[in-house]
Design a protein around this ligand. Structure first.
Ligand code: SAM
Ligand code: SF4
Length: 471
């Protein structure tokens, strides 16, 4: 049993603020030779140390940054290939008793319309998502007594059991308030993918200012939230920082120290890292003018450095960002994106003129799933809805892709092709179908002879109507 003594944790955590400031100071104006050594280490698939990450963050010429971007692209291609996993966020309820200054759902926001999906509403939302072709969701909740672990588990169970024709949701990830170990166990039992908690800011003083009330005002309870998830047996956890609250270089270092802590304590680092930027939200001045706004150039830099710092982790880029920027940032090492997203509570199944008032923030990319898939195909990515590892009980698939030689060729690429074929057969527009089938042919050419025939067999099964074909 893990007992938290608040005062004790308040004293010391695994985020060494002083040390971070010192590193960011002492590694300024780095020698290009040193930067290149660090890039080589990352390209050899080794997780970087704090001094090394701080050195990259302090690169001070355009040429050096070009080298960093190019290394990030290379690492992605080398380790993960050209697959991009697709998911959609599903907001279950926006009641919240926290008062996070940047969030549209905060308790003191009188402009937001509060809503929690009923079970019937939830089924309708899932039906709408499945009918578009989605297979993977992240469910999102405010922090409120309504959203108990039992409630969260119930909603996930409903999602898994809502089928439409050939379609179903096969993996549900969760972004909810930190739980007790007991609470996590209840949620784990229903079968979840990743449990995500974003620390928002690792800088304590900023954290205190941004979270003035409610349970979330306890920095350490949140910081150790994923430790408790791990203790409850949830192996896949996702960390993140909300960029714009404090200095972006500090936050990257915070994410790195969090990673190191999980590695040291549990022998496994985060399954994913998220790097949302603050977006405008109704009735929320801080979201309009974030205190440390991160511009697009800085955003690209932080994504590239995170990719290189933790080569084994999945990187999630959301539709908070506009389509143009997503296109560029994707190349720097992103492995998952959401598409066709709608974040007003209840807004997949109903066209709601007041959707903005039920949303946590305003999205930057409003393209449909089909449009995003088409664009990915045009850029030679394989859009993937793969959930094979999760369904076969192989947790930590990002780590396996990274660590096991041949894993991507044996499992990931064929499974991505299978899920793409399912999508094309069942949901795609004519235009997307044409490009998609061609891409599959092209990808088949790259598969070695030994494996090719079993992949072709899988595709034939799908064309005959079989679903959930996978290795
Ligand atoms: N209520 C839970 C919590 O705070 O952990 C669950 C998830 S919250 C609804 C999801 C995430 O959205 C937050 O962790 C935060 O990083 C992000 N978020 C909040 N306000 C935002 C804004 N204005 N723009 C972009 N992201 C925001
Ligand atoms: Fe509530 Fe989460 Fe929004 Fe904070 S970020 S107000 S906890 S929904």
């Amino acid at each position: 049993m893990f007992v938290f003594v608040k005062e004790k944790l308040e004293e010391k955590t695994f985020i060494p603020e002083e040390k971070i400031f010192e590193l960011l100071e002492t590694t300024q104006k780095p020698d290009p030779k040193r930067v290149r050594e660090i890039l080589d280490k990352s390209l050899n698939k080794q997780r970087l140390e704090p001094e090394e990450v701080s050195t990259l963050l302090n690169a001070d010429s355009e040429e050096l940054w070009e080298e960093i971007f190019s290394a990030a692209r290379k690492l992605k291609e080398k380790v993960y290939g050209n697959r991009i996993v697709l998911f959609a966020p599903l907001y279950i309820g926006n009641e919240c008793y926290n008062d996070c200054e940047y969030c549209g759902f905060r308790v003191s926001n009188k402009e937001v319309l509060r809503k929690t999906l009923s079970i019937d509403d939830l089924r309708k939302e899932v039906e709408a998502l499945v009918s578009k072709g989605h297979k993977r969701l992240i469910v999102v909740y405010g922090e409120h007594s309504k959203y108990s672990p039992e409630f969260i588990a119930k909603t996930i169970d409903v999602i898994y059991n809502t089928k439409v024709g050939n379609g179903e949701i096969r993996r549900v990830n969760v972004n909810a308030a930190p739980q007790t170990v007991e609470g996590y166990k209840i949620i784990k039992n229903v079968g979840i993918g990743t449990f995500q908690i974003f620390q928002e800011t690792y800088h304590r003083e900023t954290y205190r200012k941004m979270h003035p009330r409610g349970p979330k005002s306890n920095y350490a309870w949140r910081l150790y939230g994923l430790d408790r998830a791990m203790l409850a047996g949830i192996d896949d956890v996702g960390i993140g920082a909300l960029f714009g609250l404090y200095n972006w270089k500090f936050e990257v270092m915070g994410l790195l120290y969090h990673t190191i802590h999980l590695e040291e304590r549990f022998g496994v680092g985060p399954h994913t890292i998220s790097f949302p930027r603050i977006e405008p939200a109704v009735g929320t001045p801080v979201a309009q003018r974030p205190p440390y706004q991160v511009n697009d150039e800085e955003f690209k830099k932080l994504v590239a450095v995170l990719r290189l710092a933790v080569p084994y982790t999945g990187m999630i880029l959301t539709a908070r960002e506009p389509a143009d920027l997503r296109r560029e940032v994707l190349k720097l090492g992103v492995s998952q994106i959401d598409a066709g997203s709608s974040i007003g509570v209840g807004s997949y199944s109903e066209k709601d003129p007041e959707v903005i008032k039920k949303s946590q923030f305003i999205l930057g990319d409003n393209r449909s799933l089909d449009e995003v898939i088409r664009e990915l195909l045009q850029e030679d990515y394989i859009p993937s809805f793969c959930t094979a590892c999760y369904r076969a009980g192989r947790t930590g698939e990002h780590f396996m892709e990274f660590a096991i030689p041949g894993f991507v060729k044996r499992f990931c690429t064929p499974n991505a092709i299978f899920t793409l074929r399912e999508y094309l057969n069942d949901y795609a527009s004519q235009k997307t179908k044409e490009i998609g089938y061609k891409l599959i042919e092209k990808e088949l050419e790259k598969i070695d002879e030994k494996r090719k025939s079993s992949v072709i067999d899988g595709l034939k099964k799908i064309d005959k109507g079989e679903r959930d074909v996978r290795f």
